[in-house]
Write a protein that binds this ligand. Structure first.
Ligand code: ZN
Length: 148
């Protein structure tokens, strides 16, 4: 088992068991819903953005281990970042899980463990659901983020 693969399993298990920033914010400035019908993952993301910085965010949802762990890691990665940084991180993460192009690993940090899902297109949708939902929320879109 490769080191990244081992790390992947450890991180996914940890964040699935103890999701960080789970729940909903009382008075969110932004929110959005996401749905991945292929797997049955659903998510609701709430954010508090102040002075263009994501001061706080929470997620709640029902889904597989990958979608839950990805949402949990996303909340950690995006907190205290500016909106444009958060959207850049979305692009970096999306590139990481969908292409072989070198990703910005320094910015991605722990998120690099998801690199392995690119071999499993169905799992890519699980891993990116929270991110698509975040992007919709930040862009003020009322559309339900769909992976299909
Ligand atoms: Zn899933």
């Amino acid at each position: 088992m490769s080191e990244l693969r081992e790390l992947y399993q450890t991180v996914i298990l940890d964040h699935n068991k103890n999701p960080r920033n789970s729940g909903t914010l009382e008075k969110p400035s932004h929110s959005a819903d996401g749905n991945n019908p292929l797997c049955g993952d659903v998510i609701h993301v709430t954010l508090r953005v102040e002075d263009d910085v994501v001061k706080d965010l929470r997620f709640e949802g029902v889904g597989c281990a990958i979608s839950t762990a990805s949402a949990s890691l996303m909340t950690q990665a995006v907190k205290e970042r500016s909106v444009s940084e958060a959207l850049e991180l979305f692009d970096d993460f999306h590139k990481l899980v969908t292409t072989d192009a070198p990703a910005n690993e320094t910015e991605l940090g722990k998120l690099v463990v998801f690199a392995g899902v690119r071999e499993f297109p169905v799992r890519v949708k699980c891993a990116t659901l929270a991110w698509h939902t975040l992007k919709n929320a930040l862009k003020g879109s009322d559309d339900v983020a769909r992976t299909e």
